[in-house]
Ligand binder design. Structure first.
Ligand code: GLU
Length: 272
């Protein structure tokens, strides 16, 4: 099974989701060196003709540092204010690291309603298509400043899956601080093993996801597996990998540790 995994190199349109824990350090703020290395990895993928969309978390984590808000969960208005402060820095940071590679970026802030309402869905999709046709790399996040609890995704795993299906991406990469899906939460169970390929999301797979989330980011493995359902049902292959390395996309391509979620229709292609 492990030899028969899809390959990232085959993707023509790629959505990459970057979690807050990779991007933001609680003590020192934005991890600029890491982001510069990621930009290089993205530029390399784009140079071979793959279109890339980045879904980035981190606005609230960045904003709360700037505003010196206490650790722990924040009242809604404070997280909205933190998102406003953080998002502008986040967008600027992506522009700063991608521009030296000749890559133009554009910011897209979406809400749950943009995927629920047909007219808004088509409009968001058309905008994203136009950006891609101009060679722009869209930097997407939820519009946390105006989204209230009832009308928000809350986690960027599912948001990224919606974006990927909206633009008909071949592949969705979820970069987090864990190598992929384990048979049990590895922090709690030292005997847990990494699952390289999930051909179909079954109740057993969902049970393995558990519920671990970190303080900085909202999604744990549960939201990642939910994202997997959204993506794979619509024909987008998904891969979960650790982003804690300097070139996480190259690492996936080289056969590094990760978990692939296959689509029901997608034939399994063999690795070259
Ligand atoms: N949209 C949130 C932010 O930018 C992140 C949600 C998540 O962690 O998945 O802070």
């Amino acid at each position: 099974m492990a030899a028969l995994t899809p390959t990232l190199a085959a993707a023509r349109r790629l959505v990459v989701k970057i979690g807050s824990a990779l991007l933001v350090d609680r003590a020192t703020g934005l991890r600029e060196g890491w982001l510069r290395a990621l930009a290089e990895d993205v530029a390399r993928v784009r140079a071979r003709g793959t279109q890339v969309i980045l879904v980035s978390s981190g606005s609230i984590a960045l904003g709360r540092g700037v505003l010196r808000l206490p650790p722990g969960s924040l009242p809604l208005e404070q997280s909205q204010a933190a998102a406003a402060v953080g998002q502008i820095r986040l967008a600027r940071a992506y522009e700063a690291v991608l521009a030296p590679h000749g890559i133009v970026t554009g910011q897209v802030l979406v809400t749950l309603e943009d995927s629920a309402d047909r007219r808004r869905y088509l409009n968001s999709r058309a905008t994203m298509e136009t950006m891609l046709s101009f060679g722009v790399v869209p930097i997407v996040n939820e519009n946390d400043t105006v989204a209230t609890d009832e009308i928000r995704y809350g986690d960027n795993d599912r948001l990224a899956a919606r974006v990927a299906t909206m633009v008909g991406a071949d592949c969705l990469v979820l970069l987090s601080d864990i190598d992929g899906l384990y048979t049990a939460p590895p922090q709690r169970d030292p005997a847990a093993t990494l699952i390289p390929v999930v051909p179909r999301i079954t109740p057993e797979i969902e049970a393995m996801a558990g519920g671990a989330a970190s303080e900085l980011s909202r999604g744990g493995m549960t939201t990642k597996v939910e994202a997997g359902k959204i993506a794979t049902t619509a024909g987008t292959t998904m891969v979960i990998a650790s982003g804690k390395h300097d070139a996480p996309l190259a690492r996936i391509e080289a056969g590094g540790p990760c978990t692939w979620f296959l689509t029901p229709t997608h034939p399994v292609t063999s690795r070259k």
